[in-house]
Write a protein that binds this ligand. Structure first.
Ligand SMILES: [Zn+2]
Ligand SMILES: [Zn+2]
Length: 326
């Protein structure tokens, strides 16, 4: 759980993750084990995240036939202070570049009907990726478009997944193994096309290198229960992080303000080239933390903004997008 608010911000509307009741719980939404191509068994993967101080983990092995379409039962690895969400990385069909689709589905029922995905190569007659995403959402899952940069996803590919809740704004293993971690470009284009998506950071850990503990979500929920966490993810009451912490985020008529123990810079992004930076010398600092206030005049008439803070070690945290006409 996170610390309580370090600093009171001026009046303004709190972003939903901060206005929602409950506490923040830290979790990794995207992880593999020996039930697919990961190198550690499910129990060991859960143990490593638990010992690292995570509140929850979704084990999301590759849902393909070669691995027996696994939705791994991790319930035995829960404790009073650590829970697990059942899920999978689901695959089907063909992206524009000819490769197999990857979609993250967190909160799947164990009897979720597999698509036709025998291996990592697309096959004829497979379910459409948009339909698979829709089925996962209808089955109760939080669905994210996985690693768009690593996949070589086209904008048309991404826009076809109408049911998706989120885009992976950062995928840690895609940074460590491919130097292609980015989801910001695709997310921003989709937001500008009117898609109300949120932004999650994940590890996608296989424990094949330094691919764990680098990207996570902080989910505001009333209890550390899988259903409550998935419900909050679907509602967008969370933020994404590589290590930076956000304790409060508010919008007044003229400014977006972020409170955090450690802010080097704040950047607010909007459609097209619209962005505003709060440089280190403009961040207000005290013994109890930092506040950065970004003026919003640059975004007049724009549909959406989102904020990212970079801390003194270079780690980021991303708020979910905010729709300005709301
Ligand atoms: Zn993947
Ligand atoms: Zn993966």
């Amino acid at each position: 759980m996170s610390e309580p608010l370090l600093l009171p911000l001026e009046s303004g509307d709190q972003l939903p993750a901060f206005a929602a009741a409950g506490a923040f719980y830290r979790g990794n939404l995207h992880t593999h084990s020996t039930r697919s191509d990961g190198l550690q068994p499910p129990e060991e993967v859960c143990r490593r995240y638990r010992e690292r101080g995570y509140d929850f983990l979704a084990l999301t092995d590759h849902f393909i036939g070669a691995y027996g379409y696994p939705i791994v039962d991790t319930r035995d690895f829960r404790t009073n202070a650590f829970t697990t969400i059942l899920g999978a990385e689901v695959h089907t069909g063909r992206m524009a570049n000819g490769e197999l689709w990857h979609l993250l589905a967190v909160g799947l029922p164990e009897d979720f009907t597999p698509p036709l995905a025998p291996g990592f190569s697309p096959v004829e007659g497979a379910e459409n990726a948009a339909d698979l995403a829709r089925r996962a959402v209808e089955a109760g899952a939080f669905v994210a478009i996985a690693h768009p940069q690593w996949s070589g996803l086209s904008f048309e590919d991404a826009m076809s997944i109408e049911a998706a809740h989120a885009v992976e704004i950062y995928n840690h293993s895609c940074l460590m193994d491919s130097d292609r971690p980015d989801g910001t470009a695709m997310l921003d284009l989709m937001l500008s096309a009117g898609r109300r998506l949120t932004a999650c950071a994940t590890d996608d850990a296989h424990f094949s290198g330094e691919d764990a503990f680098g990207g996570w979500v902080m989910v505001k929920a009333q209890t550390l229960e899988p259903d409550a966490l998935v419900s909050s993810l679907r509602a967008g009451t969370y933020y994404a992080s590589q290590g930076a912490v956000i304790t409060d985020a508010r919008i007044s008529g003229t400014h977006l303000s972020i409170a955090s123990p450690d802010i080097a810079r704040l950047v607010v992004c909007g459609p097209g080239s619209a962005s505003v930076v709060v440089q280190p010398e403009a961040v207000e600092r005290s013994d109890t933390g930092c506040i950065a206030r970004a003026p919003l005049a640059r975004f007049k008439g724009k549909d959406w903004i989102r904020a990212v803070i970079i801390d003194s070690t270079g780690k980021r945290a991303w708020t979910n997008p905010v729709w300005l006409e709301d």
